[in-house]
Design a protein around this ligand. Structure first.
Ligand SMILES: [Mg+2]
Length: 262
């Protein structure tokens, strides 16, 4: 298909918390793109928003937000007013949404790969070894485990043991949130399946800032990481500009489009 796929992580790549913006001051005019009740939670630079909307509406481009957020937290984000995106990858690859609904073929592949005996063991491990903030370990979207812990070092010290005991799972910490994700559920595997089975694009551009983005970054023909990320993976270009670094990625995409799909 004569299309360019632009698959991008959301948090810390396109959208940012107030705390992040305070820690990484940036020029620009940041508008709220996520609210819970009356509280503003996430922001996007207005110029990034304008350019992204233009790209997403370009018939040569398929823009795909790719996030570890679960369905509920993904649905809270409105990248621009009335944004209706054909595809999205959420729950770290657990769901591929098409017009807002999970593609059943992919969900079947994901569900079949989850080992529930292991899942229960890991839940017990989390509950007994960590002082959890919330009383329960949540089985988010029936795909991955999430719990909030008090002492983050407890988790960091246990990761090597967890990796060894449950090698079919990936363990990640985001602040006080600890995640256990089946190894087959990745942003990269979902994007690859979507591209190979539905989109068959001519070119794939990916961007992301975190460890959970690495596989997706490797899958891209061209990949970008914001300069605010501490990671420097091979064959991935660093996009400068902090919370406005998506402008660099999109500049690249505009040029690529003129070159391959004029
Ligand atoms: Mg991120």
């Amino acid at each position: 298909m004569d299309k360019l796929v632009y698959a991008s992580d959301l948090d810390q790549t396109l959208i940012f918390s107030r705390r992040f913006l305070d820690a990484h001051p940036s020029e620009g005019d940041f508008v709220c793109v996520e609210r819970r009740n009356d509280t503003d939670l996430s922001y996007m630079d207005r110029e990034v928003q304008t350019n992204l909307k233009r790209l997403a509406e370009d018939s040569r481009v398929v823009f795909i937000p790719v996030t570890t957020r679960d369905l509920m937290r993904y649905n809270r984000v409105e990248l621009w007013q009335g944004a209706a995106l054909e595809y999205a990858i959420v729950s770290n690859g657990g769901f591929i949404l098409h017009n807002g609904n999970p593609i059943p073929e992919w969900s079947e592949i994901v569900t079949a790969g989850i080992d529930h005996t292991m899942r229960k063991e890991i839940t017990r491990y989390f509950e007994t070894k960590f002082k959890t903030r919330s009383t329960e370990v949540e089985f988010v979207d029936s795909i991955f485990l999430l719990c909030k812990i008090d002492d983050v070092f407890e988790f960091d010290a246990a990761v090597a043991e967890l990796d060894e005991m449950y090698y079919d799972w990936q363990f990640e910490r985001q602040g006080h949130k600890c995640l256990a994700i089946p190894a087959n559920v990745t942003k990269g595997s979902a994007l690859k399946w979507l591209c190979e089975n539905k989109l068959n694009p001519q070119c794939v551009v990916t961007s992301g800032d975190g460890v959970l983005d690495l596989q997706m970054l490797r899958y891209g023909d061209y990949a970008f990481i914001p300069d605010t990320s501490p990671l420097r993976p091979e064959n991935v270009q660093v996009a400068v500009g902090g919370a406005r670094s998506a402008l660099k990625t999109m500049d690249f995409i505009e040029k690529k489009l003129e070159e391959i799909l004029p």
